[in-house]
Design a protein around this ligand. Structure first.
Ligand code: FES
Ligand SMILES: [Fe+2]
Length: 416
């Protein structure tokens, strides 16, 4: 019998009720080659990452006119400058000077923040000055250049749009779709939550020795929770993962935790939870989640659990999951076929007292411990898959979001 073939009784529809709703996905195994092939990784750069909308930040990160963020996008071999204009608009440019190609803004790591004084950006190499709309304002010793048409020497623009305060860029010269069209029904499903009120951010990142899809896939399913998270979350050993919905390349689901009698949080966790749940700002506010989510308004709702193609997750819990946390995100940035920059960011409404600040730090540290459990598998998975021993991997029903991501990865990769 071939690995993964059915031994269980019952129809596919009975064993895989979610997957069966989307027959275009099939129920077969997935190939390993997309995870370990250097040639396919090179194709992903142009066929996916230079073609789709990518979330590169939040509007609160560049709240004031002149504020900028430079985000490295190694997969596209560029960096994006995101800058807020005096009128509030956010523009994006490649961080490259049209004079001789230096970086206009020196970068210090994966993300660099600063402010454009007088809404001007100056290249430090020879002092060319650019407006935050991109046009070149002044060129030292301009008269010494031959036939320089200044209008042609502005910063090279990147398409940039904002959805619910999330800043997206598209590196195509002319994006095929608007961001609204790209997100489609997913954008509607997640719209309306006051994301912008959660201005307190706590971010973790790590470079993992695995393909970006190994990391993405591991965070796209709850099948591992009972085993991988038995250390931090023994009370998660009973859970429910349901309400799977696909929106083209994007997908979503809902995650519920079923309490187990006798398993209580530690005294410290209980104390900090009480601190946050007493606060009007930090208590669970299930009524704030969009109406299409958790429509039964179950109080054991942990979070809405989606994948935004190609490399983002956005878990919305409105404070009902991890104490005080309103939502959190994951990003998976490819560095090479076997290396990924993973970023996990927790969002809270800002604390108003020392006790709230400590309680939020506790939630964040608890969540970090869970993420350490998650990331502990990824390098092993990649190393083992790289052996070539397996040609395929198999998925159970509730791993359907991986199946959908792969289905659309394949569609993009086959496109001319
Ligand atoms: S490279 Fe920027 S001013 Fe010369
Ligand atoms: Fe996990």
């Amino acid at each position: 019998m071939k690995p993964g073939s059915a031994r269980a009784t019952g129809t596919i529809a009975a064993r895989m009720p979610w997957t069966s709703r989307y027959p275009e996905l099939g129920t077969g195994p997935l190939p390993v080659e997309p995870i370990i092939s250097p040639a396919l990784f090179e194709q992903e750069r142009t066929k996916i990452f230079k073609r789709v909308w990518l979330n590169v930040g939040r509007v609160e990160e560049i709240a004031n006119p002149g504020d900028y963020k430079v985000k490295r996008l190694d997969v596209a071999r560029t960096s994006a400058i995101l800058v807020r204009r005096p009128g509030g608009e956010i523009c994006a440019f490649h961080n490259i000077c049209p004079h001789r190609g230096n970086k206009v803004i020196p970068e210090s790591g994966n993300e660099t923040f600063g402010r454009a004084r007088a809404n001007l950006l100056t290249c430090r190499f020879h002092g060319w000055v650019f407006e935050t709309a991109g046009a070149v304002r002044s060129i030292p010793r301009e008269e010494a250049f031959a036939d320089l048409h200044k209008a042609c020497f502005g910063l090279r623009p990147i398409a940039c749009e904002v959805w619910e305060g999330f800043i997206f860029v598209n590196l195509a010269a002319e994006p095929e779709q608007s961001l609204t069209d790209y997100l489609g029904g997913f954008g509607e499903h997640f719209s309306g939550y006051p994301y912008g009120e959660s201005t307190a951010r706590y971010k973790y990142s790590a470079v993992l020795n695995c393909n970006w899809k190994v990391s993405l896939h591991a965070f796209s399913e709850g099948y591992h929770v009972s085993t991988i998270h038995s250390g931090t979350s023994p009370n998660l050993m009973r859970f429910e993962h349901k309400d799977f919905r696909l929106f083209g390349p994007h997908s979503t689901s809902a995650f519920f935790v079923l309490p187990i009698a006798g398993l209580e949080p530690s005294p410290a966790s209980a104390l900090f939870r009480e601190v946050l749940h007493r606060s009007e700002r930090h208590r669970p506010r299930l009524h704030e989640i969009p109406p299409t989510m958790n429509h039964e308004r179950r109080t054991d709702f942990l979070f809405e659990f989606p994948v935004i193609f190609p490399n983002m997750l956005l878990h919305l819990s409105a404070g009902n999951g991890y104490p005080g946390m309103t939502y959190f995100t994951h990003h998976f940035w490819p560095l090479s076929v076997g290396q990924t920059l993973w970023e996990g960011t927790n969002y809270f409404r800002p604390p108003e007292s020392a006790s709230e600040r400590i309680a939020i730090a506790h939630t964040t540290a608890y969540h970090r411990n869970g993420w350490l459990e998650d990331t502990s598998t990824m390098e092993d998975t990649h190393a083992a898959l790289s052996s070539g021993v397996l040609e395929e991997i198999v998925l159970m029903d509730e791993e359907i979001m991986i199946r959908n991501t792969h289905h659309h990865w394949d569609r993009y990769m086959r496109a001319a």
